[in-house]
Design a protein around this ligand. Structure first.
Ligand code: ZN
Length: 592
């Protein structure tokens, strides 16, 4: 679940009070499409001592953390190929588990994670089956050229908050975890700002392993369709910021995974993110994405990353089997292509883009078409609950032509040579260190000409994922600065230069500024008496023709400003030399 406008807490509101739930119909979901496929042969027999908990439950249930851990520890005890490690702790203090499947030696790593949105847990139960078959059932050749590192339950606190009311649109398992972590932070919005302990652990793990392939397992939301396993990459490949890894994903991963899934009886496609779930024929949306997401983060750090979005209305059994097939195909291909992947990563990390796209808008003309989209028919009925027409999916397959709605660039920023961060911005500096972005600290003051950014019309947005994001327009001006000792210089010329740009360029959609890291910018300047401020401002207007011209232009253009004595005085005070540096002033300077 990823691209819908989705409130993490909304599903809790849907939970009825205790005692009111017993009489609801058992099946409120649309009809399931009939399915059978060769991948069903992967399921262990009922008497198999290595049957996984989900198989034993006929995929009606998924095991809790403790049962999952116990099963994996038993497997590790039985096979020299499997070891269990921890890579951090959750907010509630649970160990974050990773399983390493390896034949030894130093091989490139394929990193697979399940349950970042804990209710979307298909990857965990598929991974357990695949690990069993690697360890004990003759599939160990998958480890001849790569190691598998598998995180069975990434959002472990959300996973343990299981309820039948979580993810009600998913056809199984019966009880599912919560989408976000214990502080209601959606971990698949947190890669850039890195607030959650789980995110910080995952970023450290990514740096430690530096995988040649990163797979993030989800279940979709949206609309009904015939496809069961869908997947995509940052910006659908089309809008990726790093081109070499994106090309490998599109040219190699996509066709290979598709062929493997079709051979096993599944119906794969590139993840279709709907423009309008009530009118699927309007098309599917493709757009650039920032490093808040796993896929966007992978793109910015130069790690090929796959988002798996199994279709919500397919039975859990079918979804788990499809995930197994996809993961096996990913391991095989990563082994075949290990050298190409290493080269693609190196090419991306050696690239030094001169600019970065930060704003885009929907392209009025489709950028492509899906000629025969495998959809499902629906009709509508008037709901006594909502009072409006609601959609009812009929389970009847239909095929239609589907436009791909792309994006046009609106704003691109030219990247500076370096960014300058004051020593007191410790939250930001801490995160640069976590991400592995290189910087230097100056030990003596330095004089430089810097581009400085001032906020215009800042607005604090509704709370999201533990923060109050900020929206503003930005004015740039260039001037001399004296940077004190202890200031941090982050140069763009480094392998993670593009990630640094995405965090430090104020206009970038996932910048620290946009995520609300600098609330001090919105505080008022220190108080001074009007009988002093007014003559100071008058003196400024008399002595500084540039300030006078800008002031008069603003008076003419903005009647509300002209009618507001306090705003006029605040604006003029801000023009005075020696004014407090932080009011509306972005603390990070840009060196060209
Ligand atoms: Zn998801």
């Amino acid at each position: 679940m990823r691209h819908s406008l989705y409130l993490a807490g909304a599903l809790f509101l849907a939970s009825p009070a205790a005692g009111q739930s017993a009489d609801l119909p058992a099946e409120i979901l649309p009809p399931a499409l009939p399915w059978s496929g060769a991948s069903e042969r992967l399921i262990a027999g009922k008497t198999d001592p290595w049957i996984t908990p989900a198989e034993r439950a006929d995929f009606a249930a998924t095991p809790r953390y403790s049962e999952t851990r116990a099963w994996l520890e038993r497997l590790a005890a039985a096979s020299p190929l499997i070891t269990i490690e921890t890579f951090g702790r959750s907010g509630q203090g649970r160990d974050l588990l990773m399983v390493r499947a390896s034949k030894g030696g130093k091989k490139p790593v394929v990193l697979v994670q399940a349950g970042i949105h804990a209710g979307e847990i298909d990857g965990k139960d598929a991974g357990l089956m695949l690990l069993r078959d690697i360890a004990l059932r003759g599939k160990d050749e998958l480890l001849d050229r790569v190691d598998l590192v598998f995180v069975p339950i990434y959002n472990v606190d959300g996973h343990e908050a299981m309820s039948r009311w979580n993810f009600p649109a998913l056809r199984g398992p019966r009880e599912k975890g919560h989408v976000a972590n214990a502080r209601n932070i959606n971990l698949n919005r947190d890669y850039a700002k890195a607030d959650a302990p789980e995110t910080r652990a995952m970023i450290a793990l990514l740096r430690q392993l530096d995988p040649i392939l990163y797979v993030d397992c989800h279940v979709s939301d949206g609309f009904d369709m015939q496809y069961d396993v869908t997947f995509t990459y940052a910006g659908w490949g089309r809008y990726a910021y790093h081109k070499a890894t994106a090309a490998w994903l599109m040219e190699r991963f996509g066709p290979h995974a598709t062929a493997a899934l079709e051979r096993a009886g599944h119906v794969p496609t590139l993840y279709p993110s709907p423009i309008d779930t009530r009118a699927p024929q309007k098309g599917i949306r493709q757009a650039p994405e920032g490093p808040r997401y796993s896929t966007g983060y992978g793109d910015f750090i130069g790690v090929p990353t796959v988002l798996v979005e199994n279709h919500m209305l397919k039975p859990y059994r079918q979804r788990v089997l499809g995930t197994y097939v996809l993961l096996q195909a990913a391991l095989t291909l990563a082994g075949d292509d290990a050298d190409r992947l290493v080269a693609a990563k190196a090419a991306d990390r050696a690239s030094r883009p001169a600019d970065m796209l930060v704003r885009w808008k929907q392209d009025p003309n489709p950028v492509g078409w899906v000629e025969a989209f495998k959809g499902v028919a629906f009709d509508t009925y008037r709901s006594p609950a909502t009072g409006r027409m609601e959609q009812r999916w009929t389970g009847q397959p239909v095929t239609f032509r589907m436009p791909i709605i792309g994006q046009q660039p609106v704003q691109t920023v030219r990247l500076p040579k370096a960014w300058w961060i004051p020593a007191e911005q410790t939250d930001v500096i801490d995160r640069l260190r976590l991400h592995g972005i290189a910087f230097e600290t100056i030990t003596a003051p330095r004089k430089l000409t810097l581009d400085r950014v001032t906020l215009r019309n800042p607005e604090v947005q509704r709370a999201q994922d533990g923060r109050f994001p900020m929206k503003a327009a930005f004015d740039h001006d260039t001037g001399p600065e004296e940077l004190p000792a202890g200031s941090i210089r982050v140069r763009a010329d480094q392998p993670l230069g593009l990630l640094a740009a995405s965090l430090l360029e104020p206009e970038a959609p996932d910048s620290f500024l946009v995520w609300g890291f600098f609330p001090e910018m919105l505080s008022s300047p220190p108080y001074a008496e009007d009988f002093v401020r007014a003559p100071l401002a008058e003196a400024l207007l008399a002595s500084d023709p540039a300030a006078k011209t800008a002031f008069e232009r603003k008076l003419a253009a903005e009647p509300a400003f002209a009618a507001d004595p306090e705003a006029r005085l605040a604006w003029l005070t801000a023009c005075l030399a020696g004014h407090p540096a932080f009011t509306l002033r972005y603390p990070i300077g840009r060196e060209f």
